[in-house]
Ligand binder design. Structure first.
Ligand SMILES: NC(=O)c1ccc[n+]([C@@H]2O[C@H](COP(=O)([O-])OP(=O)(O)OC[C@H]3O[C@@H](n4cnc5c(N)ncnc54)[C@H](OP(=O)(O)O)[C@@H]3O)[C@@H](O)[C@H]2O)c1
Length: 498
């Protein structure tokens, strides 16, 4: 199901793969950047170990050549195991998504554990991608935590290379999706005072090349480099450039309102990116984030792309439905929600099942099922799913606008609107776990079973686990809708399975 969407980006890198290099660890391999780095390292012949928090068959499916270690950076013993026998370790972890007031402590602890374990395991180098931002000014919580991680590694004895980047423009990046959706949806842009702040966006491919390039250049050990694209733009310029690339005319007018909370909330309502992320990213818009030096350009000379080129490349990846990683890949709105159906104590409190018998093949039925959600809609009553999503958004939940990474392919952990793929068994089962705000835990399962030689049973099962009064009330309020929605849903899936 994964489908190979990994396009190699480092082919014109002037550095050469290092034959002397031992195993390379990628911590944060499930993330947006880590997921793009791993295939590059494998393609260049490195022995790669990926560090993940949860074991999943999808990792082995995506990167069969990589060794996998399960470790939480907050647990020192687990990090020790992950770093044993490692030559160079990429640190691409951040905890931003666990909540505004919790992530700083988690980031500090994770970085400290990693630094100490790297020292004990005699790791030769750490490579860390952090954020740009002038340490002399008051940084946002997010940027301050990135700087703190850099500081932690700098104080250790393992030579560390620190790369500092501002906005990364690439298909699937949160910043890109925020701008893209705003430009597609809003005809008139209010321009608050902070829209004149400068930033230096960088194309995703240039970030990946820099990450690989510094590893292949031993003299970059122990140094910090600012990395950026060829343009310094204001946020207003970026919106204008994006509008031009999409061929859309927009009106820009000064706005007396400059509250960042207000704009980040509106952005979360109008784009797939939830409030927790829009806030973290926008909190720093009042500070210029530009490179203060460009030493890396002489050390690793490759052609840096402009913001416009990065936008065009990102848009074309979307058009080709070949987005390899997305910000939503590692979005845990609340870790409790990650409880799997197979892990709950006892049976679900409520189950509701609908099925039909058809002579369509399991392959055809399953293909239809895997197209569910996102831009494709929900086969029937899509507007009701959208209303539920809008309510969730108002409650600061994830809503349905997160869409999907790919319109045609699904893999374990992919987001499907306000669901996340928990399990896929080809032509048999798709199990989705609810990530919207519900007073309990909910799953939606699609199954295809062969009932006799040429007949299949297509079914949809809703499972719900709750204890409290409100949880039970919620189930009974939605029960009448279940029949209407699910019955029509499976009929429509069956019809569209051609
Ligand atoms: N993306 C950008 O636009 C951007 C821009 C500038 C700089 N950067 C920097 O680049 C780095 C990577 O960013 P990203 O966008 O790839 O992040 P991301 O998509 O949010 O991924 C974060 C990664 O960290 C892992 N992680 C979080 N807490 C962990 C823990 N306790 N133990 C082990 N792993 C943990 C996550 O694993 P799970 O899947 O298990 O959650 C995930 O793999 C960050 O330092 C970021 O500041 C990114």
């Amino acid at each position: 199901m994964a489908g190979n969407t990994d396009e190699l980006l480092c082919e014109d890198l002037p550095t050469n793969p290092r034959a002397d290099m031992g195993t390379v660890l990628v911590a944060g391999a499930t993330g947006y950047i880590g997921g793009r780095l791993v295939p590059e390292l494998i393609a260049r012949g490195y022995k790669v170990r990926i560090m993940v928090r949860a074991e999943s068959p999808v990792h082995a499916e995506r990167w069969p050549e990589a060794e996998m270690v399960v470790a939480d950076a907050l647990v020192k013993d687990e990090v020790d195991t992950a770093l044993e026998g490692i030559d160079t370790a990429y640190y691409l972890i951040h905890s931003m998504l666990i909540g505004l007031h919790k992530f700083e402590d988690a980031d500090t602890l994770a970085a400290r554990n990693f630094r100490m374990a790297a020292e004990e395991c005699n790791v030769q180098r750490i490579i860390y991608l952090g954020g740009l931002g002038d340490a002399q000014t008051t940084l946002s919580t997010h940027l301050a935590s990135r700087a703190m991680v850099a500081e932690e590694f700098s104080q250790g004895t393992v030579p560390t290379t620190i790369l500092r980047a501002a906005i990364i423009i690439g298909s699937g990046s949160a910043s890109y999706e925020m701008i893209n959706h705003l430009v597609r949806r809003i005809p008139v842009f209010p321009v608050p005072s902070w829209a004149k702040t400068k930033c230096q966006p960088i194309g995703l491919r240039d970030v990946i090349k820099s990450l690989v390039g510094v590893m292949e250049l031993p003299e970059t050990a122990g140094r910090t480099f600012d990395i950026g694209g060829t343009d310094i733009l204001t946020y207003e310029d970026m919106l204008k450039l994006h509008s031009e690339v999409l061929g859309k005319k927009k009106i820009f007018m000064p706005s007396p309102v400059s509250s960042i909370s207000f704009y980040s909330y509106i952005t979360s309502l109008l784009t797939p990116v939830p409030a927790a992320i829009t806030w973290c990213l926008m909190e720093s818009v009042t500070h210029d984030v530009i490179c203060h030096e460009d030493d890396i350009i002489d050390l690793i000379p490759f052609r840096r792309i402009s913001c416009k080129e990065a936008l065009v490349l990102a848009l074309s990846r979307e058009d080709q439905d070949s987005v390899a990683t997305r910000w939503s890949d590692s979005y845990p709105p609340d870790y409790e929600l990650a409880i799997k159906l197979s892990e709950i104590e006892g049976p679900p409190t409520y189950t509701s099942s609908y099925s039909l018998i058809t002579d369509k093949t399991s392959e055809k039925l399953f293909k239809s099922i895997t197209h569910i959600g996102g831009r494709n809609g929900w086969f029937h009553s899509t507007f009701l799913w959208r209303i539920r999503g809008a309510i969730d958004r108002l409650l600061r939940g994830v809503g349905t606008t997160r869409g999907r990474r790919s319109a045609s392919r699904l893999r374990v952990n992919d987001v499907v609107d306000f669901w996340r793929v928990e399990e896929i068994r080809q032509n048999e089962q798709l199990l989705l776990r609810a990530e919207m705000k519900v007073p309990g835990y909910a799953w939606l399962e699609f199954r295809v079973d062969t009932v006799s030689g040429d007949k299949s049973r297509l079914s949809v099962n809703a499972y719900y686990k709750t204890k409290g009064f409100w949880g039970r009330t919620y189930w009974y309020i939605f029960l009448p809708f279940h029949h209407f929605i699910f019955d029509n849903l499976i009929k429509q899936i069956e019809r569209s399975s051609r």
